[in-house]
Design a protein around this ligand. Structure first.
Ligand SMILES: C[S@@+](CC[C@H](N)C(=O)[O-])C[C@H]1O[C@@H](n2cnc3c(N)ncnc32)[C@H](O)[C@@H]1O
Length: 276
């Protein structure tokens, strides 16, 4: 019999439970084409006929390497430099000047890019600080970027971007000043790359030891999770913040109905969230 289904219902249930348990990502049956597109190459690389065979093999063997690969393949890594711009304008115009005054004694700033994908968000912050705040030169600036995916973190760490990636959101003067062209790609200079530490952090497992953060980015990742996971994650993020820290969610994301411990506050021409 010829079938157009990528997975039978049992295999789909197994896969969606696996991905949800490991990442909180909810797979919709309507996204079967996505499952096929992302997992077919994994099946082929394992010498298997199709995605159904791959899922059956994982069900039997519980192979941790394959499980990690499958979960990572089901993440969406879409990102860009200075994405949505407003949070970066707010950081430049209001938040950093405010912290320069209020953190004068400790002279330390901790900034966290969560679910950082290939690193454009944290590198944008690093360039923004280097470009606009020379007075922070002798401050301790900890820029931490984390993601569940080891593969995407390796890419982020390399600081190498293709032409399409640097064309998206990166102002030309920043490209010329902070990147070196290497053949068809652009490598971010060491003076920026060395400002950032990359770390594996899965939002749904207990966090490793981390400092309290002054600014947290948690953008465009909660959209993939169900309400219960979103609430739990927001609670954990809240416990990593100080009373005057700022949290940025994605433009389409909110804390509404998920937690009362974070309140929406206006900042410059946008809004962020602060502990209530
Ligand atoms: C669409 S990207 C968002 C990138 C960036 N935050 C932005 O807004 O441009 C989503 C990222 O979330 C990561 N991710 C998905 N589930 C995660 C989890 N449970 N813990 C940590 N990161 C996760 C994915 O690996 C992916 O890199």
């Amino acid at each position: 019999m010829i079938t157009t289904e990528v997975l039978d219902p049992l295999a789909f249930d197994f896969l969606s439970n696996l991905v949800r348990e490991r990442s909180a990502i909810v797979l919709q049956p309507s996204k079967m084409y996505l499952i096929d597109a992302r997992l077919s190459p994994v099946a082929k690389a394992e010498g298997l006929e199709d995605v159904q065979a791959l899922v059956e093999m994982i069900r039997k063997t519980k192979n941790p390497r394959l499980i990690q690969t499958v979960v990572e393949k089901m993440t969406t890594n879409e990102t860009s430099f200075f994405r949505d711009l407003h949070p970066f304008d707010a950081i430049k115009a209001q938040i950093i000047p405010q912290f320069i005054a209020s953190r004068e004694k400790t002279r330390q700033l901790n900034i966290w890019s969560n679910a950082c994908s290939s690193g454009q968000e944290i590198y944008s912050v690093a360039m923004l600080l280097r470009e606009n705040f020379p007075q922070l030169k002798d401050w301790r600036i900890n820029l931490i970027a984390s993601d569940l995916s080891t593969e995407i973190l390796e890419r982020a760490k390399s600081g190498v971007f293709n032409q399409t990636e640097v064309n998206r959101g990166l102002p030309m003067p920043y490209l010329l000043k902070y990147f070196t062209k290497e053949g068809l790609t652009w490598r971010i200079k060491d003076e920026i790359r060395s400002m950032v530490q990359f770390q594996v952090v899965n939002l749904i497992t207990p966090f490793p030891t981390l400092p309290k953060f002054d600014i947290v980015f948690l953008r465009n990742v909660l959209i993939y999770f169900d309400a219960e996971s979103k609430s739990k994650i927001l609670q954990k993020i809240h416990s990593q913040m100080l009373s005057d820290s700022y949290l940025f969610l994605g433009a389409a994301e909110t804390t509404l109905g998920l937690t009362t411990s974070l309140q929406r506050v206006p900042v410059h021409k946008t809004f962020a969230f602060q502990p209530s």
